[in-house]
Structure formats: structure tokens, C-alpha cells
Design a protein around this ligand. Sequence first.
Ligand code: FES
Ligand code: FES
Length: 160
Amino acid sequence: MQKTITVTVNESVETHQVQSNQTLLNFLRETLDLTGAKEGCNEGECGACVVLLDGKAINSCMTLAVEVDGHQVTTIEGIGDVDRPHPIQQAFLKNQAVQCGFCTPGTILTAVSLLAENPNPNEQEVREALAGNLCRCTGYRQIIDSVLAAAAILPKGGGQ
Ligand code: FES
Ligand code: FES
């Protein structure tokens, strides 16, 4: 069954027909051509597909497109780019927290969500927030350091 949804994605209002069983991840990647959110496990275990729904990190593989009707979704494409990287992206580069990069969009969006809620996290809080974001490359030290470094320089009151 199809349904029409209207969702704001990275500040662009999008109205599309979706299948009732289409995931948000599939909608973003296939319908909107926003491929920053990655398809990893597709079962809520790896965090590669994390996007922000009304500012909170969620697994887009476990969310239906129909569920975001009327809401606001932010993907990594809406956070920053090569010319205007977000401070968390800058911190990841500076601390060499990116290797293959597959986990990076989801990890950064989880960090954005964390810092919006808790602008001064300690290391344990960063580790807990990122527990659902698996990285096979970095060993996590550089990722944790990057989030703490970004927290130290971001204006308080929001990580976005
Ligand atoms: S692809 Fe969504 S959690 Fe792994
Ligand atoms: S940088 Fe490769 S999985 Fe994290």
C-alpha cells in the first residue's frame, strides 16, 4: 500500500509517495539520493544508518518512512560538507578518527545529538552515547577524543 508523506529533510520540504513498509533508510538513499546514511546490518545493531529525527539520533533502518510524515530529518549531508565542515567533522579529521569512513556519518550524527542534549559530556557519557555505533577500523579512541574535542569548542546550547 502506498501513502503520501511530507517530511522536511535537511531544510528541504519533500512530498513523496512511499510504500507502507519502506524504511526511512531506503527512502533517503533511493528516493532522495542522500547516500550518506549507510546500510550496514539493516537490523538496528551497527548505527551506520543513523540520522536525526527532530534532532534525536535514530536508526533509519528500523524506522518506516511513513513514521516521519510531518517531522524533520537531518542527514549527514545537512550537517556539513567539504567546504563547510561541522566542528565535529573537523575534529574527526584532526584526530584521524576516520579510516574507511563507513561508520562515520552515523557516528557524527549520534555525536551531534549527544552534544545538543549534553554539551559537556565526560568520556564515559560519550562512550555510552556511541555504544550503538560500531566501527571496525579506528579502535574508538580517536572517535571519543574527537567528540570530546568538539564539545570543548562548540558553543553551548546545541551541537548542530
Ligand atoms: S544499518 Fe541500521 S543499525 Fe545497522
Ligand atoms: S572508520 Fe571504518 S568502520 Fe569506522
